[in-house]
Ligand binder design. Structure first.
Ligand code: AMP
Ligand code: ZN
Length: 446
């Protein structure tokens, strides 16, 4: 039987029981990076969070389709490509490759799709043309805008009243917007940056249109199960995605809106524009993907988490301890030719129950921790009864958490030496067992 899952939905501002909209399928879309330089570590917090959610839902038996995009059309990309004297495409493909190398090292499951904004221009143009026809968009001299005043629900996601939004908005000089809250759907431009000659004019799409069109198209629906991203995207990005989806399809785009807390450094949000970025690739190279994953698991995904070297060192120590215990357990069982054990139902269920509570990883990790301790105790006693189940359960839980697990492969010589060592000890031939011990220890077999 499936566990009852509760997730925090930012749109409703509360925890809600999660049920897929369509049978057993769960559609997840989270906003990916703008690919104009190496991403910082914070950019991977949503990635790891939604990878964990995907793995957990799969473990619960759901057919999960997780999608994340690349924003490869953006003014920042144009500026950077001009600086580096490359085309926008060359530049973005370079950084996409670098991003994907990190995904692999973090052991992120392959996504169902990884759409690029540049591949959806025709669909964005049709979408904007529809909005214009329905009276939700209007054309100025410089841009095509979305008319926010047509959407009474505007502000629901970010819990802001339209009056307050107006009060907080600076009046832009020379603005041709009818309302300061209106946002750009299509930038009409003949500048040197990437642009497309289309039926709505020469130019390029606005960021908020890119995501809504890709989400609609990849899933072939205007209402997906879960849409996510970092906290910073609630407003205006996701609010504007919802406004367009309400206008175009009368849906709020996603049944659940999930937002991930910030990675901070020195108490401040890590951000490219603040210049306090610590590059993900450097952190992964130094500590390894497993330690980075565990570092993010140390805090609930909605809470902020502080980057410090001490925190990463501590995560590295902890994951090394977990994986060593897993490896030693597996090695012992393989050497003793003992088959896999049955899952320990009580531990397995309490682990799933923790994750079902809005991904409470801290509680899930207490189950892992106690299995690690038990594995070590059982190994000391050379127990062969309970150890197989403890090791199988530990292995299963670690893989639901997305850790890349050590592979145990034993050669014929390893098996022979181990057998001889055991026999020598049994007949109290300590001279021979002492000879074999360093050899076995060196290979991590003792
Ligand atoms: P960007 O390339 O800035 O659009 O960001 C890509 C993704 O990373 C988005 O989902 C952002 O919300 C997320 N993000 C950016 N900075 C941080 C941070 N410091 N902590 C957590 N998530 C972040
Ligand atoms: Zn987006």
């Amino acid at each position: 039987m499936k566990t009852e899952i509760k997730l925090y939905d930012t749109y409703e501002g509360k925890m809600r029981p999660f049920q897929p909209l369509r049978g057993n399928e769960v559609d997840i879309y989270y906003c990916g990076p703008t690919v104009y330089n190496y991403v910082h570590l914070g950019n991977f917090r949503p990635t790891i969070t939604f990878d964990l959610l995907t793995r957990f839902l799969k473990e619960e038996g759901y057919d999960v389709k997780c999608v994340s995009n690349y924003t490869d059309i953006d003014d920042k990309i144009i500026r950077e490509s001009q600086k580096e004297k490359k085309s926008e495409k060359e530049l973005s493909l370079f950084y996409i490759k670098a991003y994907e190398e990190c995904l692999e090292k973090l052991n992120v499951l392959p996504l169902y799709a990884h759409p690029k904004a540049s591949e959806y221009i025709d669909k964005m143009v049709d979408f904007i043309a529809d909005l214009e026809m329905e009276g939700y968009a209007y054309k100025g001299e410089n841009d095509i805008y979305f008319a926010v005043s047509k959407i009474p629900e505007y502000g629901t996601l970010s819990k802001q009243r339209i009056e307050d939004l107006h009060a907080g908005k600076r009046i832009e000089v020379d603005s041709e917007k009818r309302d300061p809250l209106d946002f750009v759907l299509w930038k009409l431009t003949d500048d040197a940056g990437i642009k497309f000659d289309t039926k709505i004019g020469l130019g390029r799409p606005g960021w908020h249109t890119e995501c809504v069109v890709m989400a609609h198209d990849v899933f072939k629906t205007s209402m997906i199960d879960i849409h996510g991203g970092g906290f910073d995207l609630k407003f205006p990005h996701h609010e504007n995605e919802i406004a367009q989806s309400l206008a175009h399809d009368k849906t709020k785009l996603a049944n659940f809106w999930m937002h991930v807390g910030f990675l901070l450094t020195g108490g401040v949000k890590m951000s490219k524009s603040l210049g306090n970025s610590i590059l993900a690739k450097d952190v992964i190279a130094r500590y390894g993907g497993n330690a980075v994953r565990l570092f993010f698991y140390q805090s609930h995904y909605r809470a902020p988490v502080n980057y410090t070297e001490e925190n990463l060192e501590a995560s590295k120590k902890m994951i090394d301890r977990y994986l060593l215990s897993d490896k030693r357990g597996k090695t012992f069982l393989a050497l003793e030719n003992i088959e896999e054990g049955e899952l320990l139902e009580k531990e397995y269920q309490s682990f799933l129950l923790a994750l079902s509570d809005d991904l409470n990883v801290a509680n899930a990790l207490t189950v892992v921790d106690s299995l690690v301790k038990e594995t070590n105790q059982l190994l000391q006693k050379k127990d062969k009864e309970r150890l197989p189940s403890v090791v199988s359960t530990l292995e299963r839980l670690l893989s639901v958490l997305g850790f890349a697990l050590p592979v145990v492969s034993l050669s014929e010589d390893d098996r022979k030496n181990y057998k001889e060592y055991q026999e020598a000890r049994a007949r109290k031939d300590y001279k021979r067992s002492d000879e074999l011990r360093p050899l076995l220890m060196e290979k991590g077999l003792l």
